[in-house]
Design a protein around this ligand. Sequence first.
Ligand SMILES: [Zn+2]
Length: 205
Amino acid sequence: MRARVVKGTCKPHAAPPSQGFPPSYSRMVLPAPTPPPCPFEKRFPSQLVRDDAFFMSLAFNQAIDAWRRDEVPIGCVIERDGEIVAMAHNTVEAAHDPTAHAEMLAITQAAAAIGDWRLENCTLYVTKEPCPMCSGATLMSRLKRVCYAVPDPKMGCLGGATNLSELARVNHRVEITAGGVLEPECRELLQAFFRLKRAAGGTDA
Ligand SMILES: [Zn+2]
């Protein structure tokens, strides 16, 4: 039996959303990214020692991948029981998406990999302290611990500018390891990126 179609509620040939934009927008071709050459090498930590430095090294490598794609070099890894369940870096520029931070992408990846949005036994490693959005996401996903390399006194919301995990009535608290793990390396990577971008006249940061 054929499904009954009620007139006015079914639009099998509805225009795709892109047709709502001006033609010039939908056909716009962006210039290829031209990041300054990255002077940093990736790290190759021993697979046998799964400590904070090991996982942060892989987050650092993700940050280098971000640099090579002309994204702000921040990388993130999520670990559970010694295994990596997510790895990501910023894709804000390529995706034209202000929410495409490394932590947000990694949290989504981890939840998909585990099959549960509750990341209760997971630790998130990120090269810079999470911003307000990502700090909120670490609480909403019930991460066990967040380890970040570079504190951010301006926008960091897990101890830098403020600490969302210490809100009086919040129902989940995340353990925080603030700074100290590959901190100089991750800081220098970020500072060098912005220094070189400014020298090239290519960033407002
Ligand atoms: Zn963020």
